[in-house]
Structures are given as C-alpha cells and as structure tokens.
Design a protein around this ligand. Sequence first.
Ligand SMILES: Cc1cc2nc3c(=O)[nH]c(=O)nc-3n(C[C@H](O)[C@H](O)[C@H](O)COP(=O)(O)OP(=O)(O)OC[C@H]3O[C@@H](n4cnc5c(N)ncnc54)[C@H](O)[C@@H]3O)c2cc1C
Length: 536
Amino acid sequence: MRLNSTATDHQRAVIVGAGPAGLTAAYELLARTGIKPIVLEKSDCMGGISRTVNYKGNRIDIGGHRFFSKSDRVMEWWLRMLPLQATENGLAAIKYHRMERTVAPSAAGPDPEAADRVMLLRRRKSRIYYLRRFFDYPISLSKDTLVKLGLWRTFKIGVSYVRSALFPLKQEDTLEQFFINRFGRELYDTFFKSYTEKVWGVPCGHINAEWGAQRIKGLSVWSTLIHALKKVFESSSSDIGQKDTETSLIEQFLYPKFGPGQMWDEVARHVKEMGGEIRTGYRFERMITDGWQVRALQATDSATGRTETFQGDYFFSTAPVQELMKSFDVAPPPNVVEVSDGLVYRDFITVGLLVRSLRINDETPQGKKLISDNWIYIQEPDVLLGRLQVFNNWSPFMVADPANVWLGLEYFCNESDEIWNLSDERMVTLATEELSKIGIIDAAQVLDSTVLRMEKTYPAYFGTYDRFAEIREHVDRYENLFLIGRNGMHRYNNQDHSMLTAMMAVDDIIAGKTDKTGLWEVNTEMDYHEEKGRSG
Ligand SMILES: Cc1cc2nc3c(=O)[nH]c(=O)nc-3n(C[C@H](O)[C@H](O)[C@H](O)COP(=O)(O)OP(=O)(O)OC[C@H]3O[C@@H](n4cnc5c(N)ncnc54)[C@H](O)[C@@H]3O)c2cc1C
C-alpha cells in the first residue's frame, strides 16, 4: 500500500486512544479527508490525561490543564470548539512557562453564566509553600522573600551563589549540577531540590542536565533580579498606560468552563456527528504487520472479554511506546527491545478533598477571602504531597457549592511504590493528615473525598531515553503507522504539541509523505523558535 492524496471513502484509520492526540487525529481526518476513523479507548472516558472527572458535581483534573499554544493553528482550533467568553477589555495576554501571546476576546462572546460551551479567560496565580509560608513563583528575590527566609539563610544563599558564579562546577552533566551552576547550592536546596525530586522520584543528581536546559532555560539569578526590577518599573508606570498594564502584568490563561475534559467531550461529539466511531472499553494489544505495513490491530473489549481485529489503511498510536513495542507480531530487533524495556515513566495520584474552609486566607479590604492561587508547589520536605490545586480558582463552575473549597492534592509516584497501592481510604487519611500538618486545613473541615490514580503521566528523560533514536528508527519504517502525542512519542508534550503531531500526521497522509521527521520535530523545533524569538 502507498500513502497518497486520493484517500477515498473506503479507507479506514484505526486510532489507539481517545486523548487529545487521538481525538484530534480523528477530527482532522473527518474534516479534511474521506478516511473514516475508528478510535479505540481502553477507559470509559474522553481526554486521556487531559480528562476531567465529575465527582458528585465537583470536577477535578489530572493536574490542572492550562490551554496555551504558540501555534495559531491550535489556538484557533480550540476556540472554534469552545468560543472565548465575552470581555470588554480588548486584547488579553495569556502566558505559559514564560511564553506569552495575546487573544482578542469580543464583547459578543458567550456569557459563562448563561452558556456552557465557553472557554474562560482566568487569572493565574501560583506560589511556593515552604517553611509553612508562601513564596512567589517563579521565585523572586524581593524584600518579602528575603524577610521570610531570614538573615542567616539569605546570607548563605548569597555566599553560595557568589561561589558558584566565580567557581562553577566544571562538569554539568546532571540536573543538580545545572541548578547549582545557575543558582548556587543553597538556593537549589531551598527552592528546587525537594519539588523536583518529588516529581521525578530520583535525586536531581541522576537526571540529565538536558532536561534542565529544556524546561528551565532562561531562568537564572540574573533573570530573576531583572524580572524583579522590571516589575518595580512597570508597576510605577501603571497609571500612565492602564491598558498596557492589563495586558502585560496580569497573567491569564484559557480554561474550559468545566475543565479540559469538556474540550475533549466536545471534540468526541463532533467526531461521532461527522461519522467517526469511538469505542470505549477497548484495549489495544496486538499489531498485525506485513513487511513494513501494518494491516490490522487487535483489541479486547473489557465488557465481553472478546478480542476483535480492526483492519485499516492507516494506524495511529497514542499508547505508551513501551506497550506498542510489545504489541508487534514480529518482534523488533533486540537492541530496540532493550531500549523500550528501559524507558521509565512516573505515575500520579490526585486526592480530591472537599473542605468547608482553609486555615490560610487572602487578607483583602473586604476581609478574609479564599486564597486566589490556582495551584501551590509544596516544597516542604516533611510531606510526600507535591502540589495542591484549588479548583474553585480554575473555574468557579468546577465546584458544586461555591461555599466549599475543592482541592486536588497531587502525589507523584511509581506504580511499584507503596503509596500507589494504598486503599482509597488510607490515601485520603494520608492526604488529610499531610495538609493539616503543614497548616493548610483542619482535618475536621473535610466534607468529602475521592482518589484518582493515573499511570504513566510523565514519560521520563532518563532510563534508556538517550537511546530513543533506536526505537524511532525502527517504528518509522512502518509506512502507515503514526506515533503521536505524549506517551505515544515518549515526549514531555503538552496538549498543543500532542495535537500538532496528530494534525501533522494527517497533513502527511494528505500530501502522500512517508517521512516522519517533521512529526518528531514538534516541541523540540518549536522550543527552538520560541527561544530565538525571545532573545531576538
Ligand atoms: C500533571 C499534568 C499536568 C499537565 N498540565 C498541562 C497543561 O497545563 N496544559 C497542557 O496543554 N498540557 C498539560 N499536560 C499534558 C497533557 O495532559 C498531555 O499532553 C495530553 O493529555 C497528551 O495527550 P495524548 O492524547 O497524547 O495522551 P493521553 O492524554 O495519555 O491519552 C492517551 C489515551 O490513550 C488511551 N490508551 C493508552 N493505551 C491504550 C491501549 N493499549 N488501548 C486503548 N487505549 C489506550 C488512554 O486510556 C488515554 O485515554 C499535563 C500533564 C500532566 C501529567
């Protein structure tokens, strides 16, 4: 079989996974080709890691999901699915990981109080919780920070920074060395070590420095100082250009009224209306090949236990690479199997806690109010808790009764860890005790709870990842097989990157292209352009 642009109504694509990548691929095929997609999803819901779970009217994400993309194609796609809410403030800046772009809400957009199909424009606030106190995130070297840290710690931070600046470590192979060379050991120990190690479950000394270069690029003591100075300068001129202040200082992001899962339910609805098929409860297990062509795949229906064969002309996989590599009827070469077996993942537990109130509040002229943070990084080393979400602040419509506070307590772990296997009851007890211990709630204020476990949320850039090219070289030879998305490509991809890989795979099918190089450049290539854009 050859890929060509005369794809007809008789052609079929089989897609593994109804997450952002799989659903985007299905939608794009229906919108732009005659190829009919069938999506096989092992769970019973849409959105994959970007799902939203509705627990008794309280909605919770697998980690809050901001909607941001440098790509106009993705931004426009999202806003076609869920139009931006009406605001009268003109251009609004939205930010993500130090990237920024504007969106143009119009007064004619839907009113979230009246309409459900709406993308909200939300204020972003997140802080670090350490020493039972709040610090700005990203950390700012403000007077407030230094007062909270105390004289002795501040002195030690200064001395260790100067030492690192004058005598940087010659070797910079690990993330720990990367951090120390940029911030000094003391600042690294204070603000980076505990949270990073909670996320990855290994000492920073075991993580490749490249990860730091990708995620923390541009951040240093100098950039932090410059940011602090810029803030002083910008706020002192705020009365001159109120409009500029509105677009440049207020950090905002886009978020569907009912969480990211709403986006993916909406896309799934379109896919079905346009003639696509989505089967839930189907676990893909086996890939049937003929030379370098995939002919069919087999999946088991969890309801009946029956295995079905799905033939197709094109195949898309968003399943974890490790799983895909085990599914081929013809085993990959031993070196490829070795790399695949050595890939590492990090898993994730979220405990939803519904509480009457918190022990910490924002002091406002109108009195005490719920803190305005969307999420808080928990840097305290005496608890396992990694991050705390306050879903009321993501969207007020996520909470059944706005008088209550709906929290998501996030634990990064491995499936092999004891914590992964705790009963729901014990997990809730642990979460409640930890949040009480660090002074955020009173255990007596807890009204209800739920526990969500999600496997393979973070594909790690350690293990055998440095040999990933060997896997890629092998799978890319299957002409009609497209690896897309986050776990599908073992990439630290966000929703937009995951979607772009799906969109580009469909572009390639339409263009009759069999070379997959472009797909693997999404994310790496974009970061390169963003970096260039900032320095230019
Ligand atoms: C804590 C956290 C916070 C995040 N925050 C953001 C954010 O703020 N903004 C953002 O844009 N992105 C964010 N992301 C990233 C985002 O979640 C992912 O990029 C996105 O969900 C990846 O989409 P995907 O379709 O590739 O994979 P997934 O979301 O993993 O979906 C894959 C689907 O395939 C199914 N599947 C897997 N194996 C099989 C099989 N064998 N058979 C059948 N079905 C199968 C799964 O059940 C799943 O539904 C975050 C991720 C995490 C973990």
